[in-house]
Ligand binder design. Structure first.
Ligand SMILES: [Zn+2]
Length: 421
């Protein structure tokens, strides 16, 4: 069923200077149109209220309710703050009270489209800058603190499905919905990573864990590959909780029918254990992006280019022992830190030997997209200079970023807009 709301917007009459510029005209019309937009919003609210008020039968005693008074609600909508009159009804017989428009207007001060835009910005830049940009672009004044709280509230709605599916899978053996059927020559990849985030509470740090599941890659240009059917999950949670959710995503991506599963990790112990305990049929490989970064820490100088190339080549050929042999022949000099990093790199390659040997069993590497997938979600927003976070706030922003990474932003908000206030 649909209804029609008819709003008279009148004539827009603007007084302009004789030598008006195009820019001035554009700015003036924008300003005036916002005023009209606010008027239209208020007017439409009144008409909706009139329809609701038409039936005055009291739900309590079937007597007739009367209008007691009119309250004014300030609603921050896309064009700024609209003051909406809200009629409050009361039943003289039984004292029942209601304000029909109350359920229609947002419970917080802002409409959801305003919240959506604020949070979209907040997934890219800090709260203070988000608030500033929002004010400049929309004339909407929202404080950075309000945006922070919006992010916390919205994040509570995200990830519930996956939580429930993991619970059902491991407690009751219920297969998750929407499982993709794969063929024997398909490969499902599960990439996991942890990013350390500065903890504002303890002045130390905590780990945000990110996992991406995908099946195959597609070349979009000579140097760029994208991951196909990728889905990400983020959590600040223990290994088991995280692994259960990654299992659900891997099953949905078709792990049970695909020919093989590859688990990619940055060398962290918890990821190797997850691969072993939760993905026992999989091939574990060390994330080449992290390995290269470690190699560059030691062999990043121009004069070390030959050594760098030799170590990387040995690794990609799946020969960790050869990589260590090359490294042993390299002299890091007298600097104590350089010697330490050199020694650590050898240790890193040794303890990840299996993950390096397995490079020969996959053709995934050689393109940044696979290797960086996970790094992108955490680092770009949470690890900027001087930033520190409390866990709930960090998780909130990460969940919102994952929503975008998973291309679910628009559908999420479309269903949110369809919900009643
Ligand atoms: Zn009544």
């Amino acid at each position: 069923m649909s209804m029609i709301v008819r709003i008279e917007l009148g004539v827009l009459e603007i007084e302009l200077p004789e030598e008006v510029t195009c820019a001035q005209l554009d700015a003036e019309i924008e300003e005036r149109t916002r005023k009209i937009q606010r008027h239209a919003f208020t007017e439409a609210c009144s008409q909706l209220e009139a329809k609701k008020v038409a039936d005055r039968k009291c739900p309590g005693c079937t007597g007739l309710m009367t209008i007691r008074d009119v309250d004014h609600r300030a609603v921050m909508m896309l064009a700024g703050v609209a003051s909406v009159p809200v009629r409050r009804l009361r039943c003289p017989a039984c004292g029942y009270r209601k304000a029909p428009l109350q359920d229609f207007l947002p419970t917080s001060r802002h409409t959801l489209p305003v919240v959506e835009r604020a949070l979209r910005l907040a997934t890219e830049v800090g709260y203070v800058r988000s608030a500033d940009i929002l004010r400049r672009l929309m004339g909407a004044t929202i404080s950075h603190e309000q945006i922070r709280r919006m992010a916390l509230l919205e994040a509570k709605r995200l990830g519930r499905d996956l939580e429930q599916q993991a619970e059902e899978l491991f407690e009751w053996g219920v297969c998750p919905p929407d499982v993709t059927e794969r063929k024997s020559d398909d490969t499902v990849v599960v990439a996991m990573d942890g990013g350390l985030v500065a903890d504002r509470g303890t002045k130390k740090s905590f780990e945000a864990r990110v996992g991406v599941v995908f099946c195959g890659t597609a070349d979009v240009s000579k140097d760029r590959r994208v991951l196909r059917n990728r889905t990400a999950h983020v959590g600040i949670e223990d290994t088991q909780t995280f692994a259960r959710k990654m299992s659900v995503l891997a099953i949905q991506a078709g792990m049970l029918t695909a020919g093989r599963t590859i688990v990619i990790g940055d060398g962290a112990g918890w990821i190797r254990r997850t691969a072993r305990d939760w993905f026992p049929e999989s091939v574990y490989v060390l994330d080449l992006y992290h390995l290269k970064r470690r190699i560059s820490e030691v062999l990043g100088q121009e004069q070390d280019a030959w050594w760098h190339a030799a170590v990387v080549r040995a690794c990609i050929e799946g020969r960790p022992a050869e990589a260590i042999r090359v490294l042993r022949g390299y002299d890091p000099g007298d600097d104590e830190r350089a010697r330490l990093l050199h020694e650590r790199l050898i240790g890193y390659i040794r303890s990840n030997a299996e993950g390096i040997e397995n490079y020969t069993r996959t053709d995934l590497f050689g393109s940044g997209s696979v290797e960086k997938a996970v790094d992108v979600i955490v680092s770009r927003r949470l690890k900027c200079r001087g930033m520190s976070w409390l866990k709930p706030g960090a998780l909130g922003i990460l969940k919102l970023r994952v929503l975008r990474y998973n291309n679910e932003w628009d559908s999420h908000w479309a269903s949110r807009f369809a919900e009643a206030a």
